[in-house]
Design a protein around this ligand. Structure first.
Ligand code: GAL
Length: 865
């Protein structure tokens, strides 16, 4: 990288490496620096002007053209030696991983090379006939501190890497010629508590409009009245006139039902008469159209989603000439929040069976991919999950489209910190200048999604500790949220604020992180250092009898898929410690699913607290899937241990514990651990069963080990004194006295062959679609060998590429694109991407020394129905 001085702003020096700082450590004061003027933020700040309410606070672009002479911003620079990339792109995900203590990027940020400056360049041609049009660059997310030059001129940018933003390129465009776009990104180390990714990692668009056009995210559709026979829908349309002449335009909107593929179906269900809008030169106007839809089809969440959505199609024309068309998909639903009944949607109570999700897609990194995100949601749905908290930043817009389509309810969250910092260079540095723009941008972008049920203004912010001062900031953010959307409640996630502190009073919904079930308060947790509280659901309920309470985070339970450590804790929840659920030598946590972070709790403990406080609206587990970074308790690793599903997409045992609780009507039983313990013959090897039944009988080699029944507030059945002998374990579960489900686990033979299976055997040949191929190490009878760690070699032929391989082992530092990877406890995933425009057959082969190799075929087709 050629050094440049094009930095957004000065940054405090970071001396200490803070890797492994506990997630609930108290945030600290910012280090304030004096602007020397030698930075570019004054040119960047005006980009956010349309999100600043007070005109007096908007920014003027200073004179001057910083970077005009810097080679990368200029068309003449020869970039032929640069690496060509496809977008979306994450520059860090291919590694290699940093190893060891004191690394440049430690475990907290995922040990991947996210830090530093990167440039992206692209030449853009626009025909001369476009002169007079507006040309915008729309960026769904660029990590981070984006600054954009066009033909050498600094146009603007946006620091927060998760926000979607727009730049007006028009003043710098050469119509009829070639234009040089150059984007500089700059990721500081020590800027995140998790893996942020690096690059233009979400979609990016060139948008062309007439000077009179519907603004960015320029509609807001609200349902103002709803009954079974009719819905009244108000559609606000924000029109910009970027031209130099006043004018009158005709605005017309029609509503259509969308079909299951998201296409408009049939004739309009409602239309308005054309409305005239009088637009001043360089001005804007808002028109509101109201509609009545008779017998509306309602959007419904899981478990019985209807997918029913509408689209509002708005046109603007002048004297019969069409100027703009704008489509706004939306849904009609009635969500109510009640302190006793929790959340009801269309009159039915929906207990929130939620999970927290970070933005990365495992081995694919931050680069957004619709299929990978859909796969995450499909598995969560199978578990019974119906809600997602987007922790702790704006998600990719397509993820909300998926949530709409699949029926997940969403908490859309904006910040992990405000003015006080959690890591030395995190968002607190830009919060004072940007919080209003970021928050308004999130809400304007996302407020038409039926899945979004509330806004969260922050996660465990340091301002919980600063009483009135912190509350004042919360009040300010709350007010902004309400100005942008008065239809949805606002929450914030609190792990420290108590009922009598000022912060909780500032929000509509009480979001508790871990405090509901109590933090470090009892049993194996008592005496640990850090925040400690009793179970606080009752105290909050008493203090706020009209507010809904939910667990914005609970559990933070930890485990490594398929790893079991002995002895096994005899209670229902304990913090991971050396030799007690954890092994620092292997960096693995036991999958008996009883262990958590110091401030967390097992699923069993959370379920019991929920059931004892039925007014609680439900909660969000930390986390649904494992994610990159934050590998508590082993910071030499690369990824988390908290997922119910591992990073590769394999189910941990916990998946079945949640499924048993969240889908009580699904007959299922699941035994743990596996039964390959040659060194434990004769030793006590506890057997636990997760079932949606209420009792079960366990058999070892045909002998009954007794029938057990769940006591109140018990969620697993446990046979803690089983002595290991090889053979077969079988469980038969009962519900209300009737046979309900069964499961078998048996001692397998050694590794014999590799078996491949695939989620999607037919791919779209679009260069984006993915197949996830599972490689299983099996014995000669086809049973997965549950402790197999054979080294696999993957190869591919035909029109597909191996994007990544992963085994879900948080401690594995072999880079993701490597075609050689060890199986982790019998499994490995191979992620295969189609090639654009190339149909045919892809052949994926897996081999390992001494094993019979396996092959699978995947088709790619040009137009998949
Ligand atoms: C919470 C925090 C999450 C995550 C989690 C890990 O305190 O809000 O972002 O860090 O702990 O256990």
């Amino acid at each position: 990288m050629q050094p440049d001085n094009l930095i957004y702003d000065l940054r405090p020096e970071t001396r200490e490496k803070e890797d492994g700082r506990p997630a609930d450590a108290r945030p600290t004061e910012a280090v304030r620096l004096t602007d020397t003027g030698a930075v570019l933020k004054s040119w960047i700040l005006p980009t956010g002007n349309s999100f600043i309410k007070d005109p007096a606070k908007r920014y003027q672009r200073p004179a001057g053209d910083p970077g005009l002479d810097f080679p990368f911003t200029n068309a003449g620079f020869n970039d032929s030696a640069w690496q060509p990339v496809d977008l979306p792109h994450d520059w860090a995900i291919n590694g290699p991983f940093y190893k060891g203590w004191g690394a440049e990027i430690g475990g907290g940020m995922g040990r991947l090379p996210v830090q530093g400056v990167a440039w992206y360049r692209k030449k853009i041609k626009l025909p001369a006939t476009d002169a007079g049009k507006k040309i915008f660059l729309d960026v769904d997310g660029a990590m981070s501190y984006a600054m954009v030059w066009l033909n050498g001129h600094l146009v603007g940018g946006w620091p927060y890497g998760y926000t979607s933003w727009r730049l007006d390129l028009t003043p710098y465009i050469s119509f009829g010629g070639e234009n040089q776009l150059a984007i500089r990104l700059d990721n500081p180390a020590s800027s995140s508590r998790w893996y942020p990714g690096g690059g233009i990692y979400r979609a990016i668009w060139l948008t062309k409009t007439n000077p009179v056009h519907i603004g960015q995210w320029g509609t807001f559709v609200k349902t103002s009245q709803l009954s079974t026979s009719a819905a009244k829908v108000d559609c606000s349309i924000f029109i910009d006139n970027n031209g130099d002449a006043d004018g009158i335009v005709d605005v017309a909107t029609a509503l259509y039902l969308l079909d299951s593929k998201g296409k408009k179906a049939g004739p309009p269900v409602a239309e308005t008469k054309t409305i005239k809008a009088a637009l001043k030169a360089n001005g804007s106007d808002t028109v509101v159209s109201s509609f009545t839809i008779t017998h509306p089809k309602l959007w419904k969440p899981l478990p019985h989603p209807t997918h029913d959505q509408y689209v509002a199609i708005t046109t603007i024309s002048r004297k019969g000439v069409l100027l703009d068309t704008y489509e706004t998909p939306f849904g009609i639903r009635d969500i109510r929040f009640d302190a006793e009944k929790g959340i009801t949607v269309n009159g039915e109570r929906v207990f929130l069976k939620g999970v927290n999700q970070h933005h990365d897609l495992g081995a694919l990194g931050a680069a957004f991919n619709v299929r990978a995100a859909e796969r995450q949601l499909e598995m969560l749905r199978e578990m019974g999950c119906n809600a997602i908290r987007m922790s702790h930043n704006p998600p990719a817009p397509e993820l909300l489209d998926l949530a709409d389509r699949m029926g997940f309810l969403v908490i859309d969250e904006i910040f992990d910190c405000w003015e006080l910092k959690k890591t030395p260079l995190d968002f607190h540095l830009i919060f004072p200048d940007w919080h209003e723009q970021d928050l308004r941008a999130l809400i304007r972008r996302d407020r038409n999604h039926p899945s979004v049920m509330m806004w969260s203004i922050g996660n465990e912010v340091g301002e919980q500790y600063t009483d009135e001062k912190g509350a004042a900031l919360a009040r300010n953010l709350y007010a902004i949220a309400k100005e942008e959307d008065s239809t949805r409640p606002v929450t914030t996630a609190m792990n420290y604020a108590k009922p009598d502190m000022p912060l909780p009073a500032m929000v509509d919904i009480i979001g508790l992180n871990y405090q509901g079930e109590g933090i470090r308060n009892s049993g194996a947790y008592a005496g640990l250092k850090g925040i400690s509280t009793p179970p606080l659901f009752p105290a909050f309920h008493k203090k706020f009898p009209r507010k809904v309470i939910l667990s914005s985070e609970n559990a933070s339970a930890l485990s490594s898929r398929g790893e079991y450590l002995f002895p096994v804790f005899d209670g229902n929840s304990a913090p991971v410690k050396e030799g007690e659920g954890g092994d620092s030598a292997t960096q693995q946590v036991s999958s008996y699913e009883l262990y958590s972070v110091g401030f967390g709790a097992s699923a069993d403990k959370v379920f019991a607290t929920m059931d004892q406080h039925p007014y609680v609206a439900g909660g969000f587990v930390w986390t649904g899937w494992d994610y990159l970074g934050e590998p508590t308790p082993y910071y030499l690793s690369r990824s988390s241990y908290s997922g119910i599903i591992d990073l590769a997409g394999f189910k941990k045992d916990r998946f079945f514990l949640y499924q048993s609780y969240w889908r009580p009507q699904l007959p299922m039983a699941h035994i743990l651990p596996h039964w390959n313990w040659p060194a434990r013959t004769g030793l006590v090897t506890p057997v636990h069963v997760f079932t949606s039944g209420d009792e079960a009988e366990l058999f070892l080699n045909g002998r009954s080990l007794g029938k057990k029944k769940k006591a109140p507030y018990e969620y697993r059945l446990r046979w803690d004194d089983v002595r290991y002998e090889p053979g077969e374990l079988k469980v038969v579960a009962y519900k209300n006295g009737k046979k309900w489900a069964a499961d078998t686990v048996r001692t397998t033979d050694g590794p014999y062959r590799l078996e491949l299976s695939v989620d999607h055997p037919v791919l779209m040949a679009d260069g984006q679609d993915l197949s996830f191929v599972t490689v299983r190490v099996t014995d000669k009878d086809g049973w997965t060998v549950p402790d197999a760690k054979n080294k696999l070699t993957i190869s591919i032929a035909g029109p597909g590429t191996i994007v990544a391989t992963d085994n879900g082992d948080a401690a594995d530092l072999v880079s993701f694109p490597s075609p050689e990877k060890k199986a982790f406890n019998g499994l490995c995933v191979v992620i295969v991407r189609s090639r654009a425009g190339r149909s045919g057959t892809i052949r994926v082969n897996a081999g390992a020394d001494g094993l019979i190799s396996g092959t699978i075929l995947i088709k790619t087709v040009k137009g998949k129905e």
